[in-house]
Design a protein around this ligand. Structure first.
Ligand code: FES
Length: 183
């Protein structure tokens, strides 16, 4: 069966929004309000593009603040629980501000087979934080990823989207020190 016409979808969504009990939405700080507005525009205010909207918001703010959930939910005609559920399901979404630099280390098969697990202790020690955490000095956040498309250079990681492969303990210590000292 083909897709319903967009106009009909919009009518259904607007009726859904109108039926929802009105809950007050706290005004957002100016930077968050502007980022939410821009992210919603990027996703055309379409609830089926919630992932696009959340990624756009995280790209602008560095994370998805919990305070933005009510505004996003209201604008899309979704419940707060629906929006929160998507944010918490996908590990890529961060709900707290991260460090100045973002390290994503691969834990998928090829990297593991190439000794990716062996470099973990050195990586965490050199960065000063465990996976999912930010170092106490705020310099770096460490996250796990599942295949970065760098399998030929396993084990691999990304630092601020810059790929680094063929990791060894010594190499990890070097790049971690450089990352933490970079502004
Ligand atoms: S499995 Fe690690 S980059 Fe593909």
């Amino acid at each position: 069966m083909g897709r319903a016409p967009l106009a009909a979808e919009n009518v259904v969504r607007e009726e859904r929004i109108a039926r929802r009990p009105k809950r007050s939405v706290e005004p957002l700080p100016a930077d968050q309000a502007a980022a939410v507005e821009a992210a919603l525009a990027e996703g055309n205010g379409d609830p089926t593009r919630l992932l696009v909207i959340l990624h756009a918001l995280q790209h602008r703010l560095g994370y998805v603040p919990a305070t933005t959930v009510p505004s996003i939910a209201r604008a899309l005609g979704l419940s707060r629980a629906e929006v929160h559920g998507v944010i918490s399901f996908y590990h890529d979404f961060r709900t707290e501000p991260g460090g100045r630099h973002h390290v994503k280390v691969c834990q998928a098969e090829s990297c593991q087979a190439a000794g990716g697990r062996d470099i973990w202790p050195a990586l965490e020690a050199a960065l000063g934080c465990a996976a999912g955490q930010t170092s106490a000095d705020g310099s770096v956040t460490l996250d796990v990823a599942y295949c970065l498309g760098l399998c030929a250079a396993s084990p691999a990681l990304l630092i601020d989207d810059h790929p680094i492969g063929r990791l060894t303990e010594a190499k990890v210590a070097r790049v971690a020190a450089r990352t933490r000292s970079a502004s």
